[in-house]
Write a protein that binds this ligand. Sequence first.
Ligand code: PLP
Length: 294
Amino acid sequence: MREETVYISGSLVPRSQARVSAFDHGFLYGYALFETMRAYNGRIFLLERHIRRLRDSAATIGLTSCLAGIDLDKACNDTLKANNLRDARLRLTVSRGEAGSFPGSDTDATPTVLVTTTSYRGLSDQKYCQGFQVGISSFRRCHQSPLSRLKSANYLVSVLAKREMEMAGLDESLLLNGRDLIAEGSISNVFFVSQSNLVTPPLESGILPGITRKVVLELATALKINTSEINIQAADLTIFDEAFLTNSAMEIMPLVTVRDSSRKIVTIGSGKPGAVTKRLMTAYREMVTRETQG
Ligand SMILES: Cc1ncc(COP(=O)(O)O)c(C=O)c1O
């Protein structure tokens, strides 16, 4: 099998030759950002939106100036092309780079930019028909922290929350915030449907402003589905007719049961993917086709 090619700080190299310094502040302190994207038919879906989110986040954590002049779009496109992939997942990581031995001692550091890609065609059709079974995590999102709104390498809460549910045989975790409100999944945003109205937790609940979340809100508006960003209590789960999760790799995944904090299983609506969810799944796939085919 041909070895994967990765982009690292200006060069395309075989995966086995990619090296990051042991003194990189991304490694030492989690001082790094990343984006996970999906390519269809050789085109990276919503690449500009991902790069914009990363650059906005870079401004928040003081990485803007060192990223100036680096063509991140090109790095992603070149990596996809070098691997000759049409349907793929890509990860763009930007870290503070090698700097002094104390956190913050990094004024002139050169960032490390890494792009990796692997062949990916999504989860099985069967999974989308069945939907996800999730559980409320014992981990929390911090709604007061600006870091919750960044896709940063400070990702341990997500990793452990995901692992917690995988060990319980469930598909994904739902995290509450410090106010006991539903925030998001460990690697996804969450939506609910009540009487054909679409609701999702607001950004202030301490969530990542998901690219797919935004697209779903736009598609819903175009389909004349009422949308609102509101606080949702875990105790309200029983009132919803439908639910789904979103992220760039998974797109829109129906959510059919939730194991609550007392380990009781709550079935959402009929326990099957609902009509509003299916309309949005279709609209999303149509958008992917429009933007990436032909
Ligand atoms: C914590 C978290 N929330 C939400 C999302 C969904 O974001 P996007 O739709 O931009 O992929 C992700 C993506 O991995 C995530 O890690």
